[in-house]
Design a protein around this ligand. Structure first.
Ligand SMILES: Cc1cc2nc3c(=O)[nH]c(=O)nc-3n(C[C@H](O)[C@H](O)[C@H](O)COP(=O)(O)OP(=O)(O)OC[C@H]3O[C@@H](n4cnc5c(N)ncnc54)[C@H](O)[C@@H]3O)c2cc1C
Length: 599
């Protein structure tokens, strides 16, 4: 615990203070500010609308690819069978050998007691029921579901009853392959680099990501660091001295490099994570490739900025233009964050690669803020606000001129068209898309035979077992009925609706925050207020907590009081239940004399 009191107070330059101010800004106020920052001339809006409409029409006409768009279409995730198939396929992906997969299919697909397996940890159905929980909203919306049919097992049974075992095996195996190949570029970096070549010939670039989620222990972190080191070596070789903007690069997740990558453990992150990070960045610099730090949960942003600042100012990395990071537009503080980054680039006399994304953890951010009973959310609550924030950020990034190499990651045709309009007279920027997504869309604008724009593909590398968390993010994101990819494949959705100008839509909303998402402190109203938690990721909140705790950190004594007088006795030490080494004070218990005295 002592380390907690030794942490230095957060440094608040005016630009960093602005990032903190916007973090907890009232959402209506934040919306007003981003609408103003995203303003474009009316003719520009018209041109964006025309381009976006053309793009959507072209993608719908083609309906090509083996992308998620095609997957959604072929396996109809809005159908019960599609969902059931996904559940099973995902579980099968985790079985290491083909023989067991076969046994599993034989054993479980035959008319079986599906329910009997539900809730058995580690079994097929733990995974399946997870999917069911995530997707039941979708199932229940289906009006052709009859009573009792809404659960996963019933759907599976019906599907099985209608198909023979070989059909099942084929279907499941096909879905499995689609799923894995859909989202993973290769099981190893070498496999991924080979697979990338075909797309590179068509004009794509790549940024490879080693799949896997947050390290839980230091050995986990070491394993991930070694995986990144190996990958940087291989990517460097493949880059073969190309310009850094064109060469393949790597994306890293800092949560994979340290188990306590969090604001409340800032000093540990600075001492233990930073050396790994510096080592990897040095290696990427030597290999002549780009090195992008992924954006993760909002709680981690402050500490990530401290790390990025040290990296950007490190004399040993001077003159290297490959350092980059992702910025999430769904966070209210995205705009002031870009201002801070532009200033950092200026101070460090370097150009930063900035990847603008909307953000992949929206559901988590909402839930966490509610659990903690915070005053506000760190993210916007309306999808349209995130779209507007993205445009405002894009404008700000172009305005920063040579301080940034802007990278725009999106699969949304309107967002893409707006960027095309804003960056019309610049060549030093690129689009980005995820492997397996947005293929048809980007086929319209990438290619050596077209006057198109370069696009970098974010390419996950890893084994099937590492896929789950990544897949969950993709499915939550694309399963939402507000998601662009989802609306694009839904032919009933008119094109004009899909490509409607978000700035005008947000501006004209009478009530800007989402009416269905009350503030975290009000989620139990009208019954009661939510209990108020402490935001351990907020440097200002942490400082206040530290001062409050320091004020009560003194040796405490306790003893029996009789007639208003504390009686002397044999004092025994009392230790902190959270840290048994730390003595909190001393207590002397009432003995027979004290009791007699009191009586
Ligand atoms: C190359 C690449 C790299 C990426 N790297 C990262 C990364 O480092 N960190 C990261 O977090 N994500 C990352 N992503 C994921 C990215 O955040 C999502 O793919 C992106 O949000 C989808 O946006 P879109 O424009 O394609 O789709 P759209 O359908 O237009 O937007 C969907 C997004 O809108 C937002 N949203 C949805 N509902 C709401 C709501 N009610 N209120 C407010 N906002 C809402 C969410 O951000 C959601 O993901 C990356 C994506 C790509 C393509």
């Amino acid at each position: 615990m002592d380390w907690f009191f030794r942490e230095p107070p957060p440094i608040e330059t005016p630009l960093r203070a602005a990032v903190r101010d916007w973090h907890r800004l009232d959402e209506t106020e934040a919306d007003i500010r981003i609408v103003a920052a995203a303003e474009l001339p009316a003719e520009a809006h018209d041109r964006i609308g025309i381009t976006a409409r053309q793009l959507v029409a072209a993608v719908r006409r083609k309906r090509i690819g083996g992308g998620l768009d095609a997957f959604l279409h072929e396996y109809a995730l809005s159908s019960q069978e599609g969902v059931a198939l996904m559940c099973l396929a995902e579980a099968l992906l985790r079985i290491p050998d083909a023989e067991t997969v076969d046994k599993l299919i034989r054993d479980k697909i035959a008319p079986a007691d599906w329910e009997g397996h539900l809730g058995h940890s580690g079994s097929l159905f733990v995974n399946a029921s997870t999917w069911a929980l995530m997707l039941t909203g979708r199932l229940l919306r289906r009006d052709r579901i009859e009573p009792g049919e809404g659960d996963l097992s019933a759907v599976l049974r019906r599907f099985i009853a209608r198909s023979s075992e070989p059909v099942w095996r084929q279907a499941v195996t096909a879905a499995m392959r689609i799923l894995a190949g859909q989202f993973i570029m290769g099981r190893t970096i070498d496999e991924a680099l080979v697979r990338a070549r075909e797309a590179e010939r068509q004009g794509y670039r790549h940024s490879f990501d080693m799949l896997g989620e947050a390290a839980r222990t230091m050995p986990d972190a070491v394993r991930y660091r070694e995986a990144y080191e190996g990958a940087i070596g291989a990517i460097g070789k493949a880059a073969g001295g190309q310009r850094i903007e064109e060469a393949p690069g790597i994306s890293v997740k800092l949560s994979a490099l340290h188990p306590r990558y969090e604001m409340a453990q800032r000093e540990r992150a600075m001492h233990e994570l930073l050396p790994s990070l510096l080592g990897l960045a040095r290696q990427a610099r030597d290999a002549g490739i780009g090195f992008t730090i992924d954006a993760e949960e909002a709680d981690r942003l402050e500490v990530s900025l401290d790390l990025v600042e040290v990296l950007a100012l490190a004399p040993e990395l001077a003159g290297w233009d490959g350092l980059g990071l992702a910025v999430q537009a769904y966070q209210k503080r995205a705009l002031p964050l870009l201002d801070w980054l532009a200033d950092l680039a200026l101070r460090a006399r370097r150009r930063l690669m900035v990847r603008l994304v909307k953000g992949a953890y929206w559901d988590t951010e909402i839930k966490r803020a509610q659990e903690r009973g915070l005053d506000t959310y760190p993210v916007f609550t309306r999808k349209v606000a995130t779209d507007v924030s993205y445009l405002a950020c894009a404008k700000r990034m172009f305005a920063a001129g040579p301080l940034f190499y802007p990278q725009f990651a999106t699969h949304n045709a309107h967002t893409l068209a707006a960027i095309l309009e804003m960056g019309e007279d610049r060549t030093d920027w690129e689009y980005q898309r995820l492997h397996g997504m947005g293929e048809a869309l980007y086929a319209e604008i990438v290619g050596r035979d077209k006057p198109g724009r370069p696009c970098r593909v974010y390419a996950p590398v890893g084994s099937h077992e590492d896929l789950l968390a990544y897949l969950v993010r993709r499915l939550l994101e694309n399963g939402a009925n507000t998601s662009f990819v989802n609306r694009l494949v839904d032919e009933r959705e008119p094109i004009d609706e899909i490509v409607a100008d978000p700035v005008a839509r947000l501006e004209h909303l009478p009530h800007k925050p989402h009416p269905g998402i009350p503030l975290p402190r009000d989620i139990f109203q009208p019954v009661r207020g939510n209990s108020q938690g402490i935001d351990l990721a907020d440097p200002r909140g942490l400082s206040e907590l530290r001062s409050a705790l320091a004020a009560v950190r003194r040796p405490w004594t306790a003893g029996p009081i009789v007639g208003g007088i504390e009686l002397a006795g044999t004092a025994a030490p009392v230790f902190d239940p959270a840290d048994r080494r730390r003595e909190l004070g001393k207590v002397s218990n009432a003995g027979p004399d004290a009791v007699a005295h009191a009586l």
